[in-house]
Design a protein around this ligand. Structure first.
Ligand SMILES: Cc1cc2nc3c(=O)[nH]c(=O)nc-3n(C[C@H](O)[C@H](O)[C@H](O)COP(=O)(O)OP(=O)(O)OC[C@H]3O[C@@H](n4cnc5c(N)ncnc54)[C@H](O)[C@@H]3O)c2cc1C
Length: 327
């Protein structure tokens, strides 16, 4: 029976939420081709995820084991995935739209000399498991939607972020352990140090993101944004102009080459809203722009806008919140 194999992104056993969106999309594809839904976790540290994957419809969970598979390493994960694909020959390999999701699928596809289509938003509903898989995929940071065909025995694709919401469909499941041999040539990316930058909410999961751009002016001038984010139970994000200037770490960057986010509220302060930034923020449920330029791209797209100097507007919002809370 043909299968759809979903690649699970996780960090030492903590699953990336986008993985469950991919499992949900994979479930629909498997049903469509009359096949089984399988999932693969890489590293023994992720074995405990089998239950949650089965709760979302994976009837077989492949657990890849090797002593070196503790942290993510693109080449090692790519080779590990390629080993499972060689053994299983699934009709489709589906990764999620995280940086790792794209990278590990690309690594495995390259090792098997197969094509791969990233950031897919639609899969052809008439695909029956044979012939090319037609997809729609986001290119150029989402400014172009492309119709493409993945024509190979194993079709490697990734699902764009926030396209499919995870939903449960519990099934009984089996686990299969693959003890893989990894050549030294793939064991050269290691995590040497891990620093917890944000306890609790992260940029990817925070309900509120207060983001600053070039208009903030300096690293120190982010303090009022930090205060507002803290009052709202959120975190601070930024544009690439900010990371390029060294005002904040790349982990805070929203956008095409940063994190794609979908908070309840996104407050963009001194950010023009260039397309590469917008694609990372556009899934936000409510967008408030604070900008001196009423014609800035982000202002025209935001649900609410305050036209003014962020250095006055942001502290004024915080002061009003404190006043209403009686602090
Ligand atoms: C391949 C590629 C990938 C990229 N990836 C990303 C990405 O992931 N994320 C990203 O953000 N960018 C990305 N960029 C860069 C992107 O094109 C823009 O250059 C960048 O987003 C601009 O950042 P900004 O809006 O902070 O700065 P600007 O475009 O300079 O805008 C600054 C804004 O601040 C406003 N302003 C100034 N002073 C004040 C004030 N006192 N109060 C209120 N408003 C004020 C101005 O009116 C203006 O609208 C990428 C570019 C390329 C080519």
């Amino acid at each position: 029976m043909s299968a759809v194999l979903v690649v699970v992104d996780h960090d030492r056993g903590t699953i990336a939420p986008a993985s469950l969106g991919a499992v949900t999309a994979g479930r629909a594809l498997a049903r469509q081709i009359g096949g089984e839904l399988h999932a693969v976790t890489i590293g023994a540290g992720a074995d405990a995820l089998a239950g949650v994957l089965a709760a979302h419809g994976a009837s077989t969970v492949h657990q890849v084991h090797h002593a070196a598979l503790v942290d993510y390493g693109p080449e090692a994960w790519g080779e590990a995935l390629a080993a499972v694909v060689r053994a299983l020959s699934p009709a489709v390999v589906l990764g999620c739209g995280t940086e790792r999701g794209h990278e590990v699928v690309a690594q495995a596809a390259a090792r098997l000399d197969a094509p791969a289509a990233m950031n897919c938003t639609e899969f052809d509903e008439s695909f029956d498991g044979s012939g090319p898989l037609k997809v729609v995929r986001a290119r150029w940071g989402g400014s172009l939607m492309e119709q493409a065909e993945v024509d190979a025995a194993v079709r490697f694709v990734t699902l764009a972020n926030h396209v499919v919401e995870p939903s449960e469909a519990p099934v009984a499941h089996a686990t299969t352990v693959h003890d893989v041999a990894l050549p030294d040539s793939v064991l050269h990316s290691f995590v040497r140090d891990r620093v917890e930058r944000t306890a609790g909410v992260t940029l990817a999961t925070a309900p509120v993101v207060v983001s600053g751009g070039r208009g903030v002016g300096s690293a120190e001038a982010f303090a009022p944004l930090e205060e507002l984010a803290s009052l709202l139970g959120g975190v601070v994000g930024c544009s690439r102009a900010v990371t390029n200037n060294g005002w904040r770490n790349h982990a805070d960057q929203v956008g095409q080459t940063g994190t794609r986010i979908a908070p309840d509220v996104y407050i963009a302060c001194g950010i023009s809203g260039a397309i590469q930034h917008w694609v990372g923020a556009m899934a936000s449920k409510n967008i408030i722009a604070i900008n001196t330029d009423k014609d800035a791209n982000i202002v025209t797209k935001a649900g609410y806008a305050v036209i003014g100097d962020l250095h006055k507007v942001v502290p004024a919002i915080s002061a009003e919140i404190r006043r209403r809370r009686g602090a």
